[in-house]
Unconditional design. Sequence first.
Length: 121
Amino acid sequence: MLGGSLWHATFVESFILVRTSGGWKIAFGHTSMLPPDFGVQPDFQQDHGGMKFAEVGEGSPAGKAGFKSGDVLIEYGGRKIDKYVDYARLVHAYSEGEKVMVTVMRGPEKITKEVTLEAMK
């Protein structure tokens, strides 16, 4: 007691739901599990209309699928992508080795390909 009143503390534990090859797991606080690698660097200047790729890693899953810098991600695993945050929310929904259907816009052309995710390096 301090000054005649009780001190109360509330602890809030942050957690993330992570999908692994063995199933879903809850990781409390910071997790050492990295999301699977798609192999792109987003262009953070684009606010809406998809997530533009600033860079696609050579030999990365996205690179192997034929995606290029400047492509705009509009769908990932069947979910619409309007901005980077939409993609960021999905990265832990998949595990390495999984195949994900990805749709991008390259100019006026809509391209859909299957991408096999890899372990992040």
